[in-house]
Write a protein that binds this ligand. Structure first.
Ligand SMILES: [Zn+2]
Length: 57
């Protein structure tokens, strides 16, 4: 369980497990980044499917 709850950057809806999302992020410079979830929570900007459909990603 993560303490950080990912939210859609457009509608602020909580992103649920197994939900299909779009993530905008910077690719990590350093090698060996294994904790992808931590990285996503730190750097990722999530967009839920409903919003991504609305803004045509
Ligand atoms: Zn949304």
């Amino acid at each position: 369980m993560s303490l950080i709850v990912p939210k859609c950057m457009k509608c602020l809806t909580e992103i649920k497990g197994d939900e299909e999302v779009f993530v905008q992020l910077k690719y990590p410079k350093r090698k060996g980044f294994t904790e992808i979830k931590a990285f996503l929570n730190l750097e990722g900007k999530f967009i839920c499917k409903a919003c991504s459909t609305k803004i045509n990603i």
